[in-house]
Design a protein around this ligand. Sequence first.
Ligand code: ADP
Ligand code: MG
Length: 259
Amino acid sequence: MSQPTQSATPSASETPTSVSQPLLSVRNVNVGYGDTQVLWDVSLELRQGEVVALVGANGAGKSTLLAALSGLLRVWSGNIDLAGRDITRMSAERIVRLGMAHVPQGRRLFSGLSVEENLRLGAYTRRASSKSEITADLDRIYTLLPKLRERRQQLAGLLSGGEQQMVAIGRGLMARPEVLLIDELSLGLAPTIVDDILAAIDAIHQDEGLAFLLVEQDVQIALERADRGYVLENGRVALSGPAQDLLRNEAIRTAYLGI
Ligand SMILES: Nc1ncnc2c1ncn2[C@@H]1O[C@H](COP(=O)(O)OP(=O)(O)O)[C@@H](O)[C@H]1O
Ligand SMILES: [Mg+2]
């Protein structure tokens, strides 16, 4: 793998990423909690506008990888680059400002705040944005996820699981990221709700060319939408490749799809 060149410009959003250079590049990451290692030499790439699935069983280390990527967990060794900048030891806030937002597993909304207040919190890193820009972005999210417009004044804690997931994704989008990491989008939600949310994600992907890392225990849901996929097993990348190939892979069909 070639080493992306260091960028001298101050912000990722001002740094056009060339087609040949991955937007997100993870190389040989080792990380864990206390003395317990969870991820072993994990490497992964995400290119501009790509949808990549990261799949694996419960406990494989998917959320741990997202925590490491978004600056919530300090990596032991290895490197993480975003748009050619080394973000391995940057703060979570700085990483969001550089263009990577994280929709965490379990959504972590402020249940006592309204839908709109939660969405506005997603823009907290955008100090330079004017009121009218924020209002325009809220409107764009309400257009993509019309349920949220109806519910804009309701307390987030009173919403259904699907609506809460929409708020969490909308909050991530309010940071105007180039990369959105979504952890367990489908977990605990009815299939029709999952379809609605995935349709909104497709629309965002078409409109804005955002890159998505879809992290899922539901291997089929993620691989059906993705360009490429990585299978994490016991903290190691066991397989990777075009999503369609992974869906046809005998070992994956047996282990994860029950076929
Ligand atoms: N905060 C934590 N402290 C200690 N161990 C943790 C913590 N979070 C996760 N783990 C452990 O790390 C491993 C991977 O967990 P996780 O990344 O949540 O997997 P996944 O998201 O794939 O289900 C599991 O063995 C889990 O018990
Ligand atoms: Mg998880």
